[in-house]
Unconditional design. Structure first.
Length: 323
């Protein structure tokens, strides 16, 4: 796939398409196609225009089943699926797939400008799928400029990934400093120290799970994703998971350490940290997406460090307040 085919504006991808008036007859349309067929890259659809405005469309297949004297207005479809010249390639691909049409007409202020022909629509669909797959793999969108990701310059790959890891390192150092504030509590209740890695792991694991699902749904569902309902549902699921994990923590600590009150403190702290981690994962992914950043690259490191930091601090705050 050529780079210019992928990244060119929609206007540059457009091609001329056969147009007729609504009063044209089937015979006139067939004669026009025979005379001008070499002008068009695709004749799958014939578009009906009036004063340069797109008012209808029909498939070339219909012409061979009708009386030659039948006028176009008798059988044309008036509900035409179209896109604007400002549309992104992913939108063009989505229209083609959702409506099962090979070519996409381009319209601006009702005026018919041309079509994206089938072979270019196919390239846009392929590119859109590749982009989603790369996002799932945590590859930055800039790598899409290269058909083979091994062709991406080393310095670009390093520059896109390193800053997020540095942010993570700074966050962990800050967390280590905050843990020093709870030194007396940790010395008095050494069991709390044993569960710090557990809290950090389970919170990060749930956060990463939510982020992966969220990034996938953003890529697959796109604009049809109802964000408000989606976030509420994910938080409810996370809350249920948090309660289940908290109960298991309580039972495990009570069984092996025989300290019911400490088990209660740790399990309550666990539930709180898991819910907080879920909110963090959803929030960071959404903010990165809205700001134009790639959540597949930035979401993981940034989400992990914030999740680790907040979960450990919340865990120690709740546990120390109860003990």
């Amino acid at each position: 796939m050529k780079k210019e085919d992928i990244f060119s504006p929609v206007r540059d991808l457009m091609c001329p398409a056969p147009t007729v008036s609504k009063t044209s007859t089937v015979h006139e349309v067939i004669s026009m196609l025979k005379k001008n067929s070499r002008k068009y890259e695709s004749v799958d659809y014939i578009y009906v225009v009036e004063n340069r405005n797109l008012i209808g469309v029909f498939s070339i297949k219909e012409l061979f089943n009708l009386n030659p004297s039948t006028k176009v207005e008798k059988f044309m479809l008036t509900n035409v699926v179209s896109a604007s010249p400002k549309s992104e390639g992913e939108h063009i691909a989505q229209l083609s797939i959702n409506h099962g049409i090979k070519s996409i007409p381009i319209v601006e202020s009702k005026r018919f400008l041309g079509v994206i022909p089938p072979h270019k629509v196919s390239k846009l669909i392929n590119h859109s799928l590749r982009k989603d797959i790369f996002h799932f793999a945590g590859i930055h969108r800039s790598h899409l400029k290269y058909e083979n990701t091994l062709e991406a310059p080393l310095h670009i790959s390093v520059l896109h990934r390193t800053p997020w890891l540095i942010i993570g390192l700074i966050g962990i150092m800050i967390t280590a400093g905050l843990m020093g504030l709870f030194e007396k509590v940790l010395e008095k209740n050494i069991i709390l120290v044993f569960f710090i890695p557990t809290i950090a792991y389970i919170s990060a694991a749930l956060g990463n799970q939510i982020q992966t699902i969220f990034i996938r749904d953003i890529a697959v569902i796109g604009e049809n994703l109802k964000m408000h309902k989606y976030v509420i549902k994910q938080l409810i699921i996370s809350a249920i998971i948090a309660v289940i994990v908290g109960i298991l923590m309580f039972l495990g600590i009570t069984l092996f350490w025989k300290q019911t009150y400490i088990a209660l403190a740790i399990s309550i702290a666990t539930v709180a940290t898991l819910i907080t981690s879920s909110i963090t994962a959803l929030g960071i992914t959404y903010i990165l997406k809205k700001s134009g950043k790639d959540p597949a690259v930035g979401g993981g490191p940034l989400g992990t460090v914030i999740s680790d930091s907040t979960s450990i601090v919340i865990y120690l705050l709740i546990a120390s307040s109860m003990l």
